[in-house]
Design a binder for this molecule. Structure first.
Ligand code: ASP
Length: 359
């Protein structure tokens, strides 16, 4: 069944990629940016026109923030961070505000960033009070001698670095809480108390509470956000941010902050990657680093992305990747029915897509 599903979705991914290739600009862009907002079972029948429009609007806002940085000559790192922060603040996506809940009823946030120009990287896991986890990952990279910080220590470091701290209830959204209640009910697990400081049930003024942007019932747990960019100085960067998986337990950490699994960038390899999907499989396949190993030995970013998604699919993983190469041509690949995504370049207007078969 999984093989049949994979066959079908891989085909739609190929359709999407070949359409992208046909639309490729003739000349290499000065700068280029691609983003994602998570992959999963995302089907036309499952989204109302309002929900579809809300997701596209959120993706467009992130592209606008990142492209503004690149257009004024800013760095790929700044663009990746700017785009991701917009998505972290958007309650529709599973990162920052809008993150999924752990089985204990908490939001524990993971993020990573990597600078392809010098292979520096920073990652955080299990944040609960830092508003923008991607900014914390960046601070780890630039202001600490380390690559990965976790838990309260990581939040303390972020606070010391001057990053905005919030009450954990800041990250609460009703839709994600209801997603947790549903997941725990289905698996017969106890439902924790509603978090202290959370809006009252039914409070329509709470972030993400509006019916028009509530999740479709069959939406997968994914919704991670990420960005890859090439700047006008030829530097590649990648970043990813997530709340992880609904009802995660025991301090579970997925692929996102694992450098080489969910996030990787290397100018030497000609590749920047941000992934989204079933993290345990993406870690085992070392997806992001593996894609860059493929481009290093001559594969195009699209071929490398598709081959890697086929590999992770063969061990049971599902999800998608966005990849940026040195020519500024973005690649997208997925073995799910959808991935919220978008791209923009100095010579190409912003485009966004949701379903796997969209051009
Ligand atoms: N990869 C993420 C994780 O496993 C989940 C996602 O992409 O939505 O934590």
């Amino acid at each position: 069944m999984r093989a049949a599903l994979f066959g079908l979705t891989a085909l739609t991914a190929l359709c999407f990629s070949s359409a992208q290739a046909q639309e490729a600009p003739q000349e290499a862009p000065r700068w280029s940016l691609a983003i994602h907002g998570g992959a999963g079972v995302i089907e036309r029948a499952g989204l109302t026109p309002e929900q579809d429009a809300a997701y596209r609007d959120g993706l467009s806002q992130a592209l606008a923030a990142g492209s503004a940085v690149l257009e004024r000559g800013g760095s790929s790192l700044d663009a990746v961070q700017a785009a991701i922060q917009v998505l972290e603040d958007n309650p529709l996506f599973n990162a920052g505000r809008g993150a999924v809940f752990t089985a204990a009823g908490r939001n524990e946030l993971d993020a990573a960033v990597m600078n392809g120009a010098d292979l520096t990287a920073g990652a955080v896991a299990g944040l609960t009070t830092t508003r923008h986890p991607i900014a914390a990952a960046r601070a780890v990279m630039e202001q600490s001698p380390h690559v990965m910080l976790i838990g309260p220590g990581a939040d303390a470091f972020a606070a010391q670095a001057g990053l905005e701290q919030v009450d954990p209830a800041f990250f609460f959204t009703e839709r994600r809480w209801q997603g947790l209640v549903k997941a725990l009910t289905e698996t017969g697990q106890p439902i924790p108390d509603r978090p202290a400081g959370a809006p009252a049930p039914g409070d329509q003024s709470a972030p993400g509470a509006q019916a028009s942007v509530a999740p479709p019932l069959n939406e997968r747990k994914f919704g991670t956000v990420g960005a890859v960019a090439l700047d006008s100085q030829g530097r590649l960067a990648a970043g990813t941010s997530t709340g992880g998986m609904t009802a995660k337990r025991w301090g579970r950490v997925g692929d996102v902050p694992v450098i080489g699994a969910g996030t990787y960038a290397s100018n030497a390899d000609g590749c920047a990657v941000s992934a989204t999907g079933s993290g345990e499989y993406f870690i085992r396949a070392t997806v992001a680093r593996d894609i860059c190993a493929r481009t290093r030995t001559g594969a195009t970013v699209q071929v490398a992305a598709e081959a890697e998604i086929a590999d992770v699919g063969s061990i049971g993983g599902d999800g998608g990747v966005i990849v940026m190469g040195l020519t500024g041509e973005p690649a997208f690949a997925m073995n799910t029915s959808g991935m919220y995504r978008g791209a923009v370049a100095s010579n190409r207007a912003a485009t966004v897509a949701i379903y796997a078969d969209e051009k």
